[in-house]
Design a protein around this ligand. Structure first.
Ligand code: KG4
Ligand code: ZN
Length: 328
């Protein structure tokens, strides 16, 4: 079995997986609430909260899986990218457990972890495929082959989730912004307002959401308070539709350019119902296979880190003691 640990941001996570990495036996996520009063993740607060929680979270992951520590054969841990102090708590814990048990350790890139969530959602899945990671911190397209992932394009400014969060704040809606905008726009007309979709040129696989934010700002400036209230459903629906169009357009174009027949979407924004619907329809029409893991595997978790570790090269005992984490 694999024991996986993820502490790159504000979720303290541990999971136990079957050795194949295609099936999670447990997946424990403790989302830190300490940051709420600050309106954003405070790195030092995150590190300390990981330190307080991680032992308990690892214990629960073993309990939930009905596993003992001496049944674990390898330990997987996120080493980059993320908050450096937060990563170091996870890495130090993983090193200690692996060293104590003379086990190999697998350092995992968080983004490769996000993509590997697709193997848990569909255990039969095999590369090659194209993958879209859309979260609050990242928006990028990858071509995934048996030997690794190639970056095809990424956001030049905000991540898609960040654009939704900032848009929601401008509209006076709650956090996280993605679900708040979906809810506010449910009965709205997405075509009432014209929101821009950036970088539409044919071979461009990058994203940009700064123009979209500016466009919302100007539309809000032109309305008085009661106007904003009345127009809120249409503004939210239009804003969300522009983000969904940008993401789906680029993913479908990547599939075309790279002749891919399988598409994978991961990250918190993959929970978006409208994005799922648009992509499901387009993939059906084009005869493409679409894999979108359930929301609990799309947001940060350790099962995805274990899934990525199953096929990665392990660092043997005790060579990993000198391993370091990296913020980028
Ligand atoms: O992957 P994630 O949980 O955390 C990281 O950023 O690492 O992603 C969080 C992002 C937030 O920006 C949130 O607004 C967005 O995912 N999100 C959604 C939905 N649920 C979460 N965006 C659109 N629709 C949703 N249903
Ligand atoms: Zn993430």
């Amino acid at each position: 079995m694999i024991l996986a640990i993820e502490t790159s941001c504000d979720d303290t996570c541990a999971a136990v997986l079957e050795a194949s990495g295609r099936h999670a036996l447990s997946n424990v996520v403790h989302t830190q609430t300490e940051h709420e009063r600050y309106g954003g993740v405070v790195p030092e607060v995150a590190s300390r909260a990981h330190l307080e929680r991680l032992d308990g979270v690892v214990g629960k992951a073993l309990d939930d899986a009905g596993a003992e520590l001496d049944e674990i054969e390898r330990i997987a841990v996120t080493v980059r990218p993320g908050l450096i102090g937060a990563l170091l708590v996870g890495l130090s814990t993983a090193k200690s457990l692996a060293f104590a048990r003379k086990l190999p350790l697998v350092p995992v890139n968080h983004l490769e972890g996000h993509v590997a969530a697709a193997y848990l959602a569909d255990p039969e899945l095999e590369p090659p495929f194209v993958a879209l990671i859309a979260s609050g911190g990242h928006t990028a397209l990858y071509s995934v082959a048996g030997d690794g992932m190639d970056l095809l394009g990424q956001t030049l400014d905000d991540a898609a989730g960040e654009a939704l969060d900032k848009g929601a704040r401008m509209l006076g809606l709650g956090f996280p912004g993605g679900p708040a905008i979906s809810k506010a726009g449910r009965d709205g007309d997405p075509s009432r307002y014209d929101f821009p979709v950036a970088l539409k040129e044919n071979n461009n696989l990058d994203f940009s959401f700064s123009g979209l934010k500016t466009s919302l700002l100007y539309k809000l400036k032109a309305l008085d308070e009661s106007g904003v209230r009345e127009e809120l459903p249409h503004l939210a629906a239009g804003y969300e539709a522009a983000v969904v169009e940008a993401l789906s357009r680029k993913l479908l174009r990547a599939a075309q350019l790279y002749d891919a027949s399988i598409l994978v979407v991961v990250g918190g924004v993959a929970a978006n119902a409208s994005l799922r619907r648009v992509l499901a329809e387009e993939c059906e029409r084009r005869g493409l296979k679409l894999v979108v893991p359930p929301p609990e595997l799309c947001t940060d978790n350790a099962a995805m880190i274990g899934a990525a570790a199953a096929t990665a090269t392990a660092v043997p005992y005790p060579d990993y003691l000198s391993l370091n984490a990296r913020s980028v």
